[in-house]
Ligand binder design. Structure first.
Ligand code: SF4
Ligand code: SF4
Length: 163
């Protein structure tokens, strides 16, 4: 009988915590407060440092949610590649399909952990110049698909020229 009373009291206490302190809700109190005060902090969807500005994500997005915005100053990445733009995602148009994430050669959109943590690009430390200098293997078919989305054909042209 005493154990039944103990279970009942524990249950009542748990429910009290749930109802009055939202103890085990997925949406925690901090987020609830942010929503109530219209001050939700949105994590970065784009890692602007790692992005090389190829504009492929913008062209691949089915809902045209990505616009390329000009940088205040161009960033030289390699001798034949200068970044002038980075993407900006309009979250009202984004349907979270991750086409952009899957397309991006650097995983600069929604992060490498995109399918697990879709809201944030995470903490990446990427030296893009070093990355671009690395040799890469890619099939001709895949290269054709990728090149169809790139606004700047410099890399493709250099490869065809054997540079
Ligand atoms: S997740 Fe899909 S809809 Fe959203 S920006 Fe990327 S490609 Fe566009
Ligand atoms: S596909 Fe990736 S590297 Fe290219 S512009 Fe988009 S975010 Fe930047």
């Amino acid at each position: 009988m005493r154990s039944m009373l103990k279970v009942a009291l524990e249950g009542a206490f748990t429910n009290f915590k749930r109802i009055f302190f939202a103890a085990d809700r997925v949406t925690d109190m901090e987020m609830r407060n942010q929503i109530a005060t219209l001050s939700v902090e949105v994590d970065d969807r784009v890692d602007e440092t790692a992005c090389i500005g190829c504009a492929g994500c913008s062209n691949a997005c089915p809902t045209h949610a990505i616009e390329m915005k000009n940088l205040a100053a161009p960033v030289k990445i390699t001798d034949d590649w200068v970044k002038t733009q980075v993407p900006e995602i309009n979250l009202e148009k984004c349907i979270v399909c991750y086409y952009c994430h899957d397309f991006c050669p650097i995983y600069s959109l929604y992060g490498e952990k995109g399918t697990i943590h879709p809201a944030c690009v995470g903490d990446q430390e990427v030296n893009v110049s070093e990355l671009m200098a690395q040799p890469f293997k890619i099939s001709e078919d895949k290269l054709k698909v990728i090149s169809a989305y790139l606004s700047d054909k410099t890399v493709i042209k250099n490869r065809e020229d054997g540079e």
